[in-house]
Design a protein around this ligand. Structure first.
Ligand code: GRF
Length: 222
């Protein structure tokens, strides 16, 4: 009997291009996993349409309909539990999760962030990287802990910053890198190669002092 596929729940708030990259990687046979549920906290999120177009179960939990963060998360947990996922994948999910929530999913909850963490945690990363005169920028995948954008780093994809970059052109280059990086990291997890041990990221059983670096050479910066 073959091993059951890793079950992914993907949490989104918007466009869903990382969700699409994950679905494309699965469809192309590059990622042995299945998306069992897509949840958005924003009713109009375009990613919901992408999910529906792929025939995936979707759910909307509008955080504004709940009296507080705890009530929202209770509903979120109940919704997630209906699909029994193995791994929670945050893909542009724009709600901060409480310590209780992340503890419940510790080691089974990952996020992608559009910067080379620890640089530029938070919002507007591309504009801030340009303003700081960064020559390199990129994306990071990390295990989620209570420290926002501060959990143990798994892997990063680096891209060059061009002299004529705008926040939009830089964002596009980083997004291309994200679309390669995220399916790859999920694939490691699916293959049983990736784990969190305390604060240490284990890849193939060995602690990583530094995140895995993927070099995303992209000259097209239009
Ligand atoms: C990405 O840049 C991701 O790194 C960040 O939010 C954005 C989501 O984009 N966390 P999309 O919805 O996956 O297109």
């Amino acid at each position: 009997m073959s091993t059951p596929l890793l079950r992914l729940a993907v949490l989104i708030s918007g466009r869903g291009s990382n969700l699409q990259a994950i679905l494309d990687a699965i469809a192309a046979g590059r990622l042995a996993a299945q998306v069992v549920q897509v949840i958005s906290n924003r009713p109009g999120a375009a990613g919901l349409d992408l999910a529906a177009a792929s025939g995936l179960p979707t759910a909307v939990l509008d955080h504004r309909q709940y009296p507080d963060r705890a009530a929202f998360e209770q509903a979120l947990i109940a919704q997630i539990d209906t699909a029994q996922p193995d791994l929670l994948v945050l893909a542009g999910f724009m709600r901060v999760l409480t310590a209780d929530f992340v503890q419940r999913w510790r080691g089974r909850l990952i996020n992608i962030h559009p910067s080379l963490l620890p640089a530029f945690a938070g919002l507007d990363t591309h504009a801030r990287a340009l303003a700081a005169g960064a020559t390199e920028h990129g994306a990071s995948v990390h295990f989620v802990t209570a420290a926002v954008d501060g959990g143990p780093l798994i892997a990063q994809a680096r891209v060059p910053v061009m002299a004529d970059d705008t926040p939009d052109s830089l964002a596009r280059r980083v997004l291309c890198a994200e679309h390669r990086l995220y399916p790859q990291v999920i694939g490691w997890y699916a293959a049983g190669r990736l784990a969190l041990d305390g604060e240490a990221v284990l890849l193939d059983g060995l602690p990583r002092k530094l995140p895995v670096q993927l070099n995303c050479e992209m000259t097209d910066h239009a």
